[in-house]
Design a protein around this ligand. Structure first.
Ligand code: AMP
Ligand code: ZN
Length: 495
């Protein structure tokens, strides 16, 4: 049963009832990171938003093939057409092979995804692993008269494409506006028109990452890889394509043009875009020097941070806003999120301990109705374009009911076993499986042992040997032994 899921489609600029092309299968493609530097918290927000979307679609019993690529061809600084190759630049800076740079930052990306409980995709293809597919796509575009070769490079012919199709349908830009807004680029003379974009670039001798092609030695344009890999793994028509808002233009606009131009199909049916994480209203970005790394966040070691915040606090903070709204970072908001997350974590702890116990409570229709309504509301909220913010609100309401049962303010008998089970199941499913908010292990074993040793010492002094034995037995149960020494008490692993 998957009733009533609605998604906001950037392509039609409408909230639409979601209809999978080939249910129960869903193809979802999300543009992955460019692996020339560490991912920052802004990137995390986008990947976390799609993680929740992936989790929710899976919860609705869709079989999702989730493809999230790795951009490991160092596309160029200036709109992918010009400037320095970012990966090569980093390789020179760090004295590494370009593929060492790629591996290093891919590893970092995976660690960060793991840290925030972001599920791995079904396929994680890399651009360098799909050079052949990209060359084939260019050949198709050349055959269809939508691309031209120039000095060993190949460009997409935007004007010819626009005669039959609408270049700008996603971003809402018009070609004539684009012409006036496009500044003159170096190497411009290779192009017929300033808004044509590179499909293949001729590589200079010094260029590090390059491949053979029918047009000479070079490297693919940035936009090309996503068209090639989405078509290969999801077909010419698939369900969802996502990425951050800043990718709408030119990246996704160019992808649509390449897809139409090569297959006659538009690629994705629904285009979903996440909004930006901002700092004092400005997009968090490496180039603006206002970004922090996830590792800085968990140590608190950054000038913008008052203290350290745990990964689940950050996850809660991010999911407390809808993915399509901007989210401004602040210490106040994170401190509030810390409290909010602690409530959720206490709920998770509680539902492990609480189980149905028959008592003398009499059926309370009002309480039953309220609980059922809250459970339904969680689904309604997620069905409304994955509204995690609203969902969290409903989960707090559900938690109040769970707490009432726990304190005895509401009796088990008042709601009955079926409603009790639904309440616990809903809280657990939405928190853990859908929002991915897991219980963080904050318990520091060693400091607890130290506290226990203090109690042990006091008990010994007071000659309370029952307590002494009890503490020894508790330690033993954990595989630990207490060691009475002349000058101190210590502990060791039981051998
Ligand atoms: P990049 O590696 O720069 O291509 O970025 C990876 C993903 O992060 C893309 O989908 C970007 O749109 C997204 N992104 C970059 N900066 C931010 C930000 N400040 N907030 C949210 N998403 C971002
Ligand atoms: Zn992409």
């Amino acid at each position: 049963m998957r009733p009533g899921l609605k998604v906001y489609n950037s392509l039609t600029k409408k909230k639409e009832v979601f209809e999978a092309i080939n249910p129960p299968f869903i193809g979802m493609y999300v543009c992955g990171p460019t692996v020339y530097s560490n991912v920052h918290l802004g990137n995390v927000r986008t990947f976390m938003s799609f993680d929740v979307i992936y989790r929710y679609l899976s919860h609705l019993d869709y079989q999702v093939r989730y493809v999230r690529n790795i951009t490991d061809v160092g596309h160029l600084l200036d709109d992918a057409d010009d400037g320095e190759d970012k990966i090569a630049k980093r390789a020179k800076l760090e004295n590494l092979e370009p593929m060492e740079v790629v591996q290093k930052y891919t590893n970092d990306f995976h660690e960060v995804m793991n840290m925030f409980n972001i599920t791995p995709p079904s396929i994680e293809p890399s651009a360098t692993g799909h050079i052949i597919e990209q060359i084939e796509l260019i050949e198709e575009l050349l055959k269809n008269g939508l691309a031209y070769e120039s000095k060993g490079s190949v460009y997409f012919d935007v004007e010819t494409y626009d005669k039959k199709n609408n270049y700008g349908k996603l971003s809402g830009r018009k070609l004539d506006e684009l012409i006036t807004n496009t500044r003159v680029l170096d190497g411009q003379n290779e192009k017929r028109s300033p808004h044509d974009f590179a499909l293949w670039k001729n590589a200079s001798k010094e260029h590090l990452m390059k491949w053979n092609s029918p047009w000479g030695i070079g490297f693919p344009g940035w936009h090309l890889e996503c068209s090639a890999m989405s078509t290969k793994y999801l077909g010419a028509e698939f369900d969802i394509h996502g990425g951050g808002m800043d990718l709408k233009f030119p990246h996704h606009e160019c992808e649509i043009a390449q897809n139409y131009g090569s297959t006659g199909k538009q690629g994705a049916k629904y285009w979903l875009h996440t909004n930006m994480l901002t700092v004092n209203g400005q997009k968090m970005s490496k180039s603006l020097n206002n970004s922090f790394l996830p590792s800085e966040l968990v140590t608190g070691d950054h000038k913008l941070l008052d203290k350290a915040y745990s990964p689940m606090t950050v996850r809660f903070f991010m999911l407390q806003s809808h993915y399509s709204s901007t989210l401004d970072f602040s210490n106040e908001a994170l401190t509030a999120a810390q409290k909010g997350y602690a409530k959720i974590a206490n709920g998770l702890k509680l539902i492990k301990d609480i189980s149905w116990t028959a008592d003398d409570g009499e059926k309370n229709e009002k309480a039953i109705k309220q609980i059922n309504q809250i459970c339904d509301n969680c689904t309604f909220a997620m069905n409304d374009d994955f509204n995690t913010a609203l969902t969290i609100g409903h989960l707090f309401n559900l938690l109040k009911k769970i707490n009432s049962i726990n304190t005895g303010a509401l009796k088990f008998g008042e709601i009955g076993e079926e409603v009790f089970d639904r309440m616990i199941h809903t809280f657990k499913t939405f928190t853990l499986d859908i929002l991915g908010l897991e219980e963080e292990d904050r318990i520091n074993g060693k400091s607890i042992i130290s506290a226990l040793i203090e109690i042990y010492k006091e008990a010994k002094e007071a000659k309370d040997y029952d307590k002494v034995d009890q503490i020894r037995a508790q330690m033993k149960a954990q595989g630990l032994v207490l060691k009475d020494m002349k000058n101190k008490v210590d502990w060791a692993y039981e051998e």
